[in-house]
Structure formats: structure tokens, C-alpha cells
Design a protein around this ligand. Structure first.
Ligand SMILES: Cc1cc2nc3c(=O)[nH]c(=O)nc-3n(C[C@H](O)[C@H](O)[C@H](O)COP(=O)(O)O)c2cc1C
Length: 202
């Protein structure tokens, strides 16, 4: 199984969401052979001028071998080749961090991963399970929600644009707390993810 991990945390390997991603991979590896590709989204640049131009004038010829278009080709190929995607991300300012937004801008590409028709936007990628491990300092879901959540509906909408409608969210909420509380949260999420994998994938 090819697993693509998008690590969006500035905390890198010290991040709570990435920690859960790693334990997911360990769980998967216990039952199936797993090939993992890890993309550090914090190192992705913003899209460049040629890329913006290509998306707005798709009929013209554009050089796919340089700049953001080349990177986009590469990131889309990785996404296409994956059997499963794990997005490990913090919530930043009620929404996605800029690293994740940069990955999205490179892979949600008119004429390549979705097409624009008279009846609307149509996805061009095959659906695969996408696990979103989203970590936040305080609570954003349920009755105890302390703040708005633009992360979840945005990710649902933007991934659906490119055909990804098997999206599973596992929030790790309330990390601004004691070490013991956070550890307990992480263990609970790890258990839920493992149960989900056992019921769906393994
Ligand atoms: C720039 C920035 C913005 C943040 N915005 C939010 C926010 O809107 N809501 C929230 O609950 N936590 C917010 N946080 C806290 C992080 O989401 C939290 O520390 C999270 O657990 C980090 O996840 P990670 O360990 O996977 O990197 C923010 C942190 C930073 C650095």
C-alpha cells in the first residue's frame, strides 16, 4: 500500500498530529506492506506567476518542466499514486495553515485534477481514503466548541473538488493543556484511528 503523508506542522517531527500519523503507519505496517512518502508541506513555496497564468488561461501552452507547474506535476503524481493519504496538520487561525494551503494550491489544478464545465467543476482524480489528523490548541467541535471551525468545511469542499470524498477527520483538540491531558487525548485518537483502520482498510 502506498501511503502519502503531508506533514503541515511547523513543529515537524515534534508535532502532535505527525505523532499520530506515525502511529497510524506503524499500525498499518503490522498488517500490510506499506510504502510511505512524506511531504514536508512547510517547505513548499507559494505558487509562481506562470502557474497562476496557466490556471487562468488553460488553452495556452505552458512549460510544465519549471517552477510551480513542475512542482505541481510532481505533487499530483504523488497524490495519484497513493492508495491512502494522511494529512497531519495544526489548525491555524480557525483554518488551514499556510503550508497546507500551499499544497492545496499545487494539487487542486484546473485542467489537471478537476475540469471546469458548463455544469460546474468535475473531479479528475480517483477517490482514496484521506485521513485528516488536525490538532488544535483549544476545542473547535461539538457543544464545547470555543471558536469557529473553517478548517473542516474548507477541507471537505476543496478535496471534493478533486474527487476526494472519502475523508475522515480525527481532531486532536485542546493541546494547550497539561502534558498528561495531551498524552491522554493522543492515546484516545490513536485508538479511534486504529479501530477505523481495522474496520475499513486492514
Ligand atoms: C499561528 C498559529 C495559529 C493558531 N491558531 C489556532 C486556532 O485558531 N485555534 C486553536 O485552537 N489553536 C490554534 N493554534 C494552536 C495549534 O493549533 C496547536 O498548538 C496545535 O496542537 C499544533 O499542532 P501540531 O502539534 O500538530 O503542530 C495556533 C498556533 C499557531 C502557531
Amino acid at each position: 500500500m502506498n501511503v502519502l503523508v503531508i506533514n503541515c506542522s511547523p513543529k515537524q517531527t515534534e508535532s502532535s498530529s505527525y505523532y499520530v500519523a506515525q502511529s497510524m503507519i506503524a499500525t498499518l505496517s503490522n498488517s500490510v506492506p506499506v510504502e510511505v512518502e512524506i511531504i514536508d508541506a512547510t517547505r513548499l513555496p507559494h505558487i509562481d506567476s506562470a502557474y497562476a497564468d496557466a490556471l487562468c488561461s488553460p488553452d495556452c501552452h505552458h512549460d510544465l518542466s519549471v517552477g510551480s507547474l513542475a512542482l505541481s506535476e510532481q505533487l499530483i503524481a504523488s497524490l495519484d499514486a497513493a492508495d491512502m493519504v494522511i494529512i497531519a496538520s495544526p489548525m491555524h487561525n480557525y483554518s488551514v495553515p499556510s503550508s497546507l494551503k500551499s499544497w492545496i494550491d499545487h494539487v487542486v489544478r484546473a485542467g489537471k485534477t478537476f475540469k471546469i464545465t458548463a455544469t460546474g467543476k468535475h473531479p479528475l482524480l480517483e477517490a482514496k481514503p484521506v485521513y485528516i489528523l488536525v490538532s488544535s490548541g483549544s476545542t473547535f467541535s461539538g457543544e464545547a466548541a470555543y471558536q469557529p471551525d473553517f478548517f473542516t468545511p474548507y477541507m471537505q469542499a476543496v478535496l471534493a473538488t478533486i474527487g476526494q470524498n472519502q475523508v475522515f477527520f480525527f481532531p486532536i483538540e485542546g493541546t494547550v493543556s497539561t502534558k498528561a491531558f495531551v498524552q491522554q487525548k493522543i492515546e484516545t485518537i490513536q485508538r479511534r484511528v486504529s479501530e477505523h483502520l481495522a474496520a475499513t482498510v486492514m
